[in-house]
Ligand binder design. Structure first.
Ligand code: CA
Length: 226
């Protein structure tokens, strides 16, 4: 496993690089944003550990440019900034994890291994089943290219079904996921919402995607009989 570490504080970078090497990772170090970006876009890395406050090119900009060129490498942000706005901004820009300085090497290692286990992730936010398209970022739903307006609960329900296309989801699973575990209403709330959803997503179309599995729950599959 090859890791790129972009960190301008030599004390921190050599300490982290030594620690990771001792764990048998191959580590390349860049001491400024520009050389970090050059390495990240030239070689294949399994993980990039990226400081934010960097000379030549800011870490956020490095992240943004990595994402436009190589969308799959996991990126762990390392920074002294701990403002919520920074975290949100960097997650939106495609960071996978965040560690605030000062940090314990043990925690960096745990997070590094977790990201490596997960591997490259696809960042396409659009999920498709037949001619149904659901964009998890913009929360827009289209069928046969036509925009479909859903309430937020209908959207959550559809997102859950579509993300698990082909898998049968029980009413209990749906309630725990779409509502929350403390929801103590009647389970037929799921049936009610599925009916709403069908009227918008399936009824106007020949091909039905939401299927009832009797006695179990629901599933979304291509071209299933309703
Ligand atoms: Ca720095």
């Amino acid at each position: 496993m090859r890791i790129l570490l972009v960190e301008d504080e030599e004390k921190v970078s050599s300490f982290v690089a030594r620690g990771l090497s001792a764990e048998r990772f191959a580590v390349d170090v860049a001491l400024d944003g520009q050389s970090g970006l050059d390495l990240a876009t030239t070689y294949h890395y399994d993980l990039v550990i990226l400081d934010l406050m960097l000379p030549k090119l800011d870490g956020s900009e490095v992240l943004r440019r990595i994402r436009t060129q190589n969308t799959h490498v996991p990126v762990l942000i390392l920074t002294a900034r701990d403002a919520v706005a920074d975290k949100v901004g960097n997650f939106e820009a495609g960071a996978d994890d965040y560690l605030t300085k000062p940090f314990a090497f043990a925690e960096l290692l745990v997070r590094t291994k977790a990201l490596l286990r997960r591997g490259p992730v696809t960042r396409d936010s659009v999920v498709r089943v037949a001619d149904l398209e659901l964009d998890r970022l913009s929360q827009q739903v289209k069928r046969a290219g036509q925009r479909i307006e859903l309430t937020s609960k209908e959207y959550s329900l559809l997102e859950y079904l579509v993300s698990n296309a082909g898998r049968v989801l029980s009413r209990t699973m749906i309630i725990e996921h779409v509502w929350d575990q403390s929801f103590d209403g009647v389970t037929n709330i799921v049936d009610v919402y599925v009916r709403h959803l069908r009227s918008k997503v399936d009824d106007p179309y020949v091909q039905k995607l939401i299927r009832t599995v009797r006695g179990v729950g629901y599933t979304v599959t291509k071209g299933a009989p309703s």
